[in-house]
Design a protein around this ligand. Structure first.
Ligand code: AGP
Length: 607
């Protein structure tokens, strides 16, 4: 999704802005631009395509120590130079970069055109500099405030004024912004990832807030007037930086990091001797947990799949009703919010608009919602106020891998806490704690010898259609495997509960169709064997993910991929690994843009 970076300080702004744009590249974008401010006015360069192209174009800049920059992911208007940010007012004295959507763009544009304004782009953003110009009477903060009073929609904006090269204005409604406070320099960004190289001291802007930013810091105010006393937050020291560490792609780095990210997620949370666990951020005592009558997770994409695993574990082990909801559906269907239901909002980025919308709906109706979030200090983490971080570290590849396994792990830790307040004995709790604590080693063990993935790649890469299937805990894994394959390779595929396959998708099978079956040891294994026989009778070739030593399944497979033997509720943490590697390697074989697949963004901050 779009990214914003702005700099004001003693140093040349351009290299810092371009470096910030590179750090935002992972979010997905299709064009990029920069504006520098000096006494003579505003200098801009814009380019369609990669930031590298903008870098080549941004030559002979003026000496400027203040500027704004943007990576655009097209929503209103095509991917053209004219639509690339920054956008300017008529006299080119005000420059704006914007994330979000101006919903009343048509009405505002019509009014401005009636006043003689000529538009240069098809974007919704361009109304902003013209509107700010209309309200500018010498006070930049007041001009932005007055302009935004007429705007409906969502925005995170940075505004530069040629008349005021000593300041920037930022404002937020529904699209994140964070201000990094350096030593004599200030950096504004839509993502802490672009700030960590400069400073770890930050101010988060909240909705309906505006900030006046100088090299010395920032003053935050409400858009409708009134000072805000915002505490400085510290981005954690191990927030991490987005480097490839010798890997060819972030996706591969993040797959191989999973033993360590899972250890981080579990660290200090499992009480082995009590057969129990503690997630401090939930702030829930056993008495509070006993009063929980139902658990519902909300999330999108991979986070929804992690919520499915979590809710299955809760139902299975804590024996209370639990279900996973797709956030975009949940938020818009006027859901019934149970007073004794505990909701979890699962999100890697912590910025997903639909998940945030679901949280707001739950909170408006008096429900209790906790975050299961990776990015520390993100909007979802702050909006929930309580919850748990999954500590996967920065996930840069658009396709989520290590965040999934960490989200699942955090939900399993919660399951142990909840189950211990119910019918899980000390001995059973100890067994569960042990299974969780050894999971990172099992992940390591698999990654050390991932099996014949290349043989699976040969079956899948030229397929016209693939089917993923699994039952129970392996059904969300099948969904996640199919999502990964779609995202990274564009190979047509879908996932079904294995038992549902006969009710339609079996018609898609022809001689040689690859069917990827997730069938670890456990309560569902024998039933899946019947499904394997059904698809093989139709000519399908099965790639079977099964537990090491399961010779019966190995014999049935065209490609047999063994995974370490783990308890059934932990199995998604190991069975998902070959599916991540399969998607990655098919993507490589097909020459895809692995970390930045077409049409996708890392963080989906629009509805
Ligand atoms: C995962 O590979 C996807 N890129 C996507 O489905 C993602 O999981 C979804 O957009 C939710 O994002 P979040 O976890 O940041 O909320």
């Amino acid at each position: 999704m779009c990214g914003i970076i702005a700099y004001i300080g003693p140093e040349e702004a351009l290299p810092r802005l371009l470096e910030g744009l590179k750090r935002l590249e992972y979010r997905g974008y299709d064009s990029a631009g920069v504006a520098l401010v000096d006494e003579s006015g505003i200098w801009t360069r814009r380019e369609v395509g990669r930031v590298a192209g903008l870098v080549r174009k941004a030559v002979d800049p003026p000496h400027a120590t203040v500027g704004i920059a943007h990576t655009r992911w097209a929503t209103h208007g095509g991917v053209t130079l004219a639509n690339t940010h920054p956008h300017m007012d008529g006299p080119e004295r005000i420059a704006v970069v914007h994330n979000g959507i101006i919903e009343n763009m048509d009405a505002l544009k019509a009014q401005l055109e009636a006043e003689g304004v000529e538009f240069r782009s098809e974007t919704d953003t361009e109304v902003l500099p013209h509107l700010i110009r209309r309200h500018y009477k010498g006070d930049p903060l007041q001009a932005v405030r007055s302009a935004l009073a007429h705007v409906h929609g969502s925005y995170g904006i940075a505004v530069a004024f040629a008349e005021h090269p000593d300041l920037l204005i930022a404002a937020r409604f529904g699209s994140p912004l964070v201000i990094g406070l350096g030593d004599g320099e200030t950096v504004l960004a839509s993502d802490p990832q672009a700030i960590v190289a400069h400073t770890r001291r930050v101010l988060y802007l909240d909705d309906r807030e505006v900030a006046l930013i100088t090299a010395e810091g920032a003053s935050v105010q409400r858009l409708d007037g009134g000072e805000v006393d915002r505490d400085v937050s510290l981005i954690e020291a191990d927030y991490g930086v987005a480097d490839l560490a010798g890997h060819p792609h972030f996706m591969s780095k993040e797959i191989w990091e999973q033993p360590e990210s899972l250890r981080r997620c579990l660290r200090g949370r499992i009480q082995r001797e009590h057969g129990n666990a503690k997630l401090g951020g939930l702030n829930m005592s056993p008495r509070d947990l006993v009063n929980v009558r139902e658990v519902v997770t909300v999330g999108c994409g991979t986070a929804f799949h992690a919520g499915m695993v979590g809710s299955m574990a809760i139902e299975h082990l804590a024996r209370i009703p639990a279900r996973a909801e797709v956030a975009s559906e949940f938020r818009n269907r006027h859901p019934i919010i149970g007073p004794d239901t505990l909701y979890f909002a699962v999100s890697q980025s912590g910025e997903t608009a639909d998940t945030l919308g679901a949280i707001e709906e739950i909170q408006v109706k008096g429900g209790q919602v906790m975050g299961v979030v990776n990015v520390v200090g993100s909007t979802i983490a702050r909006t929930c106020g309580a919850g748990t971080y999954v500590y996967a570290g920065p996930e840069i590849a658009v396709a989520s891998t290590k965040a999934f396994t960490s989200q699942v792990t955090a939900m399993l830790v919660f399951t142990l806490m909840l189950a211990r307040t119910r019918n899980l004995s000390l001995a059973q709790g100890e067994g569960m704690a042990e299974a969780l604590l050894t999971a990172p080693d099992k992940v390591s063990e698999y990654l050390a010898d991932p099996g014949p993935i290349d043989a699976a790649v040969e079956l899948v890469k030229d397929a016209r259609y693939c089917l993923f299937m699994g039952r129970g805990f392996s059904y969300p894994v099948a969904l996640e495997g199919a999502l990964k394959l779609k995202e990274i390779t564009y190979v047509p595929c879908e996932a079904y509960p294995a038992g549902e396959m006969k009710h339609g998708p079996i018609a898609m099978l022809e001689k040689g169709t690859p069917v990827i079956v997730v069938a670890p040891r456990g309560s569902q294994r024998d039933k899946v064997i019947s499904n394997i026989k059904e698809v093989e009778a139709r000519g399908a070739k099965c790639i079977i993910i099964h537990t090491q030593g399961d010779e019966e399944l190995a014999r049935l497979a065209a490609v047999s991929i063994p995974v370490p033997d783990v308890r059934e509720f932990v199995s998604p943490l190991v069975t998902v690994l070959p599916l991540q590697l399969l998607a990655y390697k098919v993507g490589l074989a097909l020459g895809r843009d692995i970390d930045k697949p077409r049409n996708l963004a890392k963080s989906v901050t629009v509805e």
